[in-house]
Design a protein around this ligand. Structure first.
Ligand code: HEM
Ligand SMILES: *[C@@H]1O[C@H](CO)[C@@H](O)[C@H](O)[C@H]1NC(C)=O
Ligand SMILES: *[C@@H]1O[C@H](CO)[C@@H](O)[C@H](O)[C@H]1NC(C)=O
Length: 504
């Protein structure tokens, strides 16, 4: 002990001589942290086992979710230490059910400590708890369940899927390779934009100047948030948020004008118009700022998640050619389409009923989400001291994360073949069997389960069905293992490079 102290003293003096006062304070900080850390490890309190200091996650940052999965195999529920509090991580369905449902009110989002997040999300559904959340949730779940929105979004998905086929055809005809991830991102953005605002963005064709500007501002803000530790970028983000805001406020103003002229226009189908109609009942609460926050949340929620999932799905189809053939067979059977039909006509054949008959495709997408959940981990905060069902204590202010990525790979949940891609595990006599949402957590669970789940499946099934009907996909490099980029969403690093061959 004395040796350590002596060593510390010498190091301190050395640092002080070399780098001056700042490093001296750094040493003090490190010493204080060591003190806290040792205290937590030695503590007799019934707390989840300590897997290390939180900094360990930085060391393993490039493969963060796999690192978490390996810790979860060892501990199932564990803790990482910060100077001020602990972050608890769990892959245990019993704990997950408790925090997402049983004691839902104790595990909220907490305050965003960072102004940037507030600027972007505002009071949108993602960022708020309590009464504000309940109001938006109720409104939005009502809107999402209406036939108007369902029919409108289906036809948007069909149109954009057909456009994507044309785009892929051109690349395939030139025998060039393509980054399918990039194309999927643009296509799903076009769809959510049209469904959200009722206007075309045309990012896939790249023809619309304003659209391109908006996308750039939007994408840049995403990238910047993902590097939110780097405070130097704050100014750039503030600028991008201004671009996004002025676009949305202008759109709201136009729509209000249109509505005034045409009186109550019940025919309007996009989400923004639906909320604008609703705002007439309570104009004070649902002012422009509030509408902007709501609508932007939907855009953020729906933009990357579906495209990322489809990217991993096509990657899996290439790695498992038999699964690819089974999907094609089912899609053709369900649509009863002739071979030489156009992309437009084919897309229109994907009706509600045809979608219902695509059980294998549903299973294959779900199997993709099990292994590659678009939101790989998600964190809450504990409002009060509490005790988890497994007996471990949680302290007020602790972070509480459930790890969807790690959970998808747990042998204790899925059996010995947990690591294998096998859509059949979801089927019984050819019919899809859902799993408990506390085990399959890709969409979260409980009262805050993803609002766009049905919407996302519909979009993904339409896009997938149309693409596989027309093309056979092959990886450019069969031996390469795809990797994710560590972010809030599970984005494929470097894109998905494929060749497409027309199917006859
Ligand atoms: C494969 C696609 C998708 C996945 C895996 C997914 C997953 C999730 C997850 C994990 C959450 C919880 C996030 C959190 O609370 O921190 C969530 C919330 C949400 N999602 Fe999705 N999502 C998908 C697509 C969509 C789409 C397309 C929309 C809308 C168009 C959407 C709308 C929402 C909304 C509004 C919430 C907030 C719900 C609330 O807080 O009450 N999602 N989603
Ligand atoms: C498609 O094929 C059928 C039968 O082979 C033929 O009668 C029809 O004209 C074709 N349609 C188109 C658009 O080529
Ligand atoms: C939920 O958490 C609170 C602490 O905020 C605790 O007092 C209460 O017993 C818990 N409720 C349930 C249902 O376990």
């Amino acid at each position: 002990m004395i040796l350590i102290l002596l060593g510390f003293y010498v190091a301190c003096s050395f640092m002080l001589a070399l780098f001056g006062i700042p490093s001296f304070f750094l040493m003090i900080f490190v010493a204080k942290f060591l003190f806290v850390y040792i205290g937590e490890v030695m503590s007799k309190d019934q707390r989840p086992p300590v897997a290390g200091p939180v900094f360990n996650q930085l060391v393993h940052f490039r493969k963060l979710f796999d690192y978490q999965a390996s810790l979860a195999q060892k501990y199932i529920t564990y803790r990482m230490i910060l100077p001020s509090h602990s972050e608890i991580y769990t892959a245990d369905p019993v704990n997950v059910e408790y925090i997402l449902k049983t004691n839902f009110t104790n595990y909220g989002k907490g305050e965003y400590h960072c102004d940037i997040m507030k600027d972007l999300f505002g009071d949108g559904i993602f960022a708020v708890d309590g009464e504000k959340w309940r109001h938006q949730r109720k409104l939005a779940s009502y809107e999402f369940s209406t036939k108007v929105l369902r029919d409108f979004s289906t036809s948007v998905f069909q149109d954009n899927a057909a456009k994507l086929v044309l785009k892929v055809s051109m690349v395939a005809a030139a025998k060039q390779m393509m980054d399918l991830q990039d194309m999927l991102m643009k296509s799903t953005l076009d769809s959510i934009f049209k469904v959200g605002f009722g206007v075309d963005l045309n990012s896939l064709s790249g023809s619309d100047v304003f659209g391109n500007q908006f996308i750039k501002a939007f994408d840049d803000s995403n990238v910047i948030i993902k590097r939110f530790l780097n405070l130097g970028l704050e100014a750039a983000l503030k600028h991008n948020i201004k671009v996004i805001d002025s676009f949305i406020f202008e759109l709201i103003r136009c729509k209000r004008e249109q509505m005034k002229n045409k009186e109550l226009d019940r025919g309007k189908e996009d989400i923004l118009s639906r909320f604008l109609l609703e705002s007439k009942k309570d104009p004070k609460k649902m002012n422009d700022q509030y509408l902007r926050d709501i609508i932007l949340s939907f855009l953020i929620a729906g933009k990357d998640t579906s495209a990322d999932t489809l990217t991993w799905f096509f990657y899996m189809l290439c790695k498992h050619p038999l699964v690819q053939e089974k999907v094609v067979l089912e899609v053709r059977e369900a649509t009863k389409a002739q071979i030489n039909i156009s992309a437009d006509e084919f897309a229109k054949k994907i009706t509600e009923k045809a979608l219902d008959n695509m059980q294998y495709l549903h299973a294959a997408l779900t199997e993709t989400l099990r292994l590659y959940p678009a939101v790989p981990m998600d964190g809450k905060h504990s409002e009060e001291d509490d005790i988890l069902p497994d007996g471990f204590k949680v302290k007020k202010g602790d972070g509480m994360c459930y790890m969807a990525y790690a959970m998808g790979r747990m042998r204790c949940i899925w059996g010995e073949d947990a690591g294998e891609f096998r859509p059949e595990r979801w089927l019984e006599n050819g019919v899809f069997q859902p799993e408990s949402p506390f085990k399959f957590t890709a969409f979260q669970a409980g009262p805050r389960i993803c609002l766009g789940k049905e919407f996302a499946y519909r979009q993904m099934k339409i896009l997938a069905a149309v693409l596989v009907n027309f093309f056979k996909f092959k990886l450019v490099d069969e031996r390469k293992e795809a990797r994710y980029r560590t972010m809030f969403t599970l984005h494929m690093d470097q894109g998905l490079h494929l060749y497409a061959f027309p199917r006859l």
